[in-house]
Design a protein around this ligand. Structure first.
Ligand code: ADP
Length: 448
């Protein structure tokens, strides 16, 4: 096994990776920006190195600096976590050039899936269902108008290089479409340095359901079932659960098979997620995330598979210790992303110092966090405080436990979205499993 791993990330995911390494008897090297010097993950790692100023471009995205530290510290591998460099194929290549294992998929798979257009094209060719549209860049308005007429409004214009819910706009008619094209192009250019956009059918009330996969370097691919991630704000997830309340063994089998085809057709290995939109019995490929995801713990709980440890073992070259038939699904798990944000005021981030802190516990509770009482939530990165996860023998028990855990959770000094989560956990449509990606917009009363 690897002897020493550098974690090119921060916060809760850095803590999560350190935990996996400790269980595998691997030494850990943390890197931190000026804003993170006194964080939990730096306290837990075996070695720590400063990588510079707080803005991510000067620290967590500065891979030359990170690679220099990796060489100096003598690590065998780098775990990129999620965000930052995790889907940067150039970084993966630079690791390769230095004989350091990048804990993630092949460079080619990162490259292919990093372009939503190429990803869709590849999946369509492999027989994975995709949304109606055109898997080519949109060059001018006339072309977009023609395609929109063919597929019918509403349509969505998306940045091919997009991520984090940025660079997407919906058009309900021709005039909106014309307005949208230029604005999405310029957002795409400024946010991702790539103005390529494409068009597809916009589903009005879909559910976001994704499949976790694990694949090794020997051609073995399994799926670990589904996650429902429909509760989103600004196209970003806030509550996830596994399994989806609408999941049936038949649908899981179908979606799982599609996800496996998706992984196989790009010779994928490592952990990955194939995201789908689901509507009226049909599902469509949305994108593939070539990294570990924020919401991976809910799958770990219902399958008993440690995704991060498996990811590290796969990178080392181990064969998957499971076949598909070994994977069973037990009970139900829910994750609430506890963020420093003001849900009453458009979910604006509210970074600051956590003055008093007490975490919840007891039966069926898992907390993945990177904070402690007195810790600072810096304004430079995402506003996540912790992932509160509860599980039970069924959805009802997981919900009751989440309500209890939320009521035990004390995070004082910053504005958190705990009150928002409490409201959702009492709301009838949520209790009925009646969800869509517009859940929050349609239940605005929850926010007040
Ligand atoms: P990102 O890479 O920015 O996360 P995704 O392609 O994963 O973007 O989409 C994020 C969310 O945007 C989806 O979960 C869904 O809510 C919404 N979305 C994206 N494409 C469509 C579509 N064609 N129809 C309806 N909603 C969509």
């Amino acid at each position: 096994m690897f002897k020493k791993i550098l974690i090119a990330n921060r916060g809760e995911i850095a803590v999560r990776i350190i935990r996996a390494c400790k269980e595998l008897d691997i030494k850990t090297v943390a890197v931190y920006s000026e804003a993170d010097e006194h964080s939990l993950y730096t306290a837990l790692a075996d070695e720590c190195y400063s990588i510079g100023e707080a803005p991510a471009s000067k620290s967590y995205l500065n891979y030359e600096k990170i690679l220099k530290i990796a060489e100096k510290a003598g690590v065998d591998a780098i775990h990129p976590g999620y965000g930052f460099l995790s889907e940067n194929s150039k970084f993966a290549e630079e690791c390769d050039n230095r004989n350091i294992e990048f804990i993630g998929p092949p460079i080619r798979a990162i490259e292919l899936m990093g372009s939503k257009i190429n990803a869709k094209k590849t999946m369509k060719k492999a027989g994975v269902p995709v949304l109606p549209g055109r898997e080519e860049p949109i060059e001018d308005e006339q072309e977009a108008i023609k395609i929109a007429k063919e597929i019918g409004y509403p349509v969505i214009i998306k940045a091919s290089a997009g991520g984090g819910g940025i660079g997407m706009s919906v058009a309900n008619d021709e005039s909106e479409l014309v307005d949208t094209i230029q604005s999405t192009k310029s957002i795409a250019q400024s946010a991702f340095g790539d103005s390529t956009i494409f068009i597809e059918k916009y589903l009005e009330k879909p559910r976001h359901i994704e499949i976790q996969i694990l694949a090794d370097k020997h051609g073995n691919v399994i799926h670990l079932g589904d996650r429902e991630c429909s509760i989103q704000r600004r196209h970003q997830k806030v509550i996830e659960e596994a399994p989806s309340p609408i999941m049936t063994p038949e649908l899981r089998e179908k979606m799982g098979e599609a996800a496996k085809i998706a992984a196989k057709c790009i010779d994928y290995y490592s952990a990955g997620t194939v995201e789908f939109l689901y509507n009226a019995g049909e599902f469509y490929f949305l994108e593939m995330n070539t990294r570990v995801q924020v919401e991976h713990p809910i799958t770990e709980i219902i399958t008993g598979v440690d995704i991060v440890k498996e990811q590290i073992k796969i990178a080392y070259g181990n064969k998957l210790p499971y076949e598909q038939k070994d994977i069973t699904f037990n009970g139900h798990a829910i994750e609430c992303r506890i963020n420093a944000e003001d849900s009453v005021n458009d979910f604006i981030p509210s970074p600051g110092k956590i003055k008093h802190y007490r975490s919840p516990g007891g039966p069926g509770v898992r907390l993945d966090s990177g904070v402690y009482g007195g810790a600072e939530i810096p304004p430079y990165y995402d506003s996540m405080v912790a992932k509160l996860i509860t599980f039970g023998k069924n959805r009802e028990e997981a919900i009751v436990r989440m309500r209890r855990a939320l009521s035990e959770y004390m995070v004082f000094g910053i504005i958190s979205n705990i009150p928002f989560h409490k409201s959702v956990l009492e709301e009838q449509d949520f209790l009925d499993g009646n969800l869509s990606t517009h859940y929050i917009a349609e239940h605005e009363k929850l926010l007040h």
